[in-house]
Write a protein that binds this ligand. Sequence first.
Ligand SMILES: [Zn+2]
Length: 126
Amino acid sequence: MHEMSIALAVVDQVAGADRPDGAGTVHSVRLQVGELAGVVSDALAFSFSLACAGTVLEGAELVTEPVPARARCGPCADTWPVGMPPRLSCPGCGGASAELLSGRELQIVSVCWNDAPAHPPTHEER
Ligand SMILES: [Zn+2]
């Protein structure tokens, strides 16, 4: 399942990153998902909640930020929304040498951490 491997990669990347000082667990992860990345966001959210179990990301929320696909025509420099199904011929001149500007993104934009408990329980308190 495509979404599951993406979710696992995201969890891996976040869990393996350096934590900011005082950070405890992950509150939320913001992920840019391009229109052409072929990701079903419901399936990704479900896979993500499974992939998070037992890691510092357990219970974290996945916030997806859709990125619209845009293409640019080489000869006339026109740009247009590619849409779905993708249109890759230039609406201005009909040229087929379009360059994809955006739409394949699949990257973590930011990670929001919960603060670690300020006063962790100690043996003295028990
Ligand atoms: Zn053109």
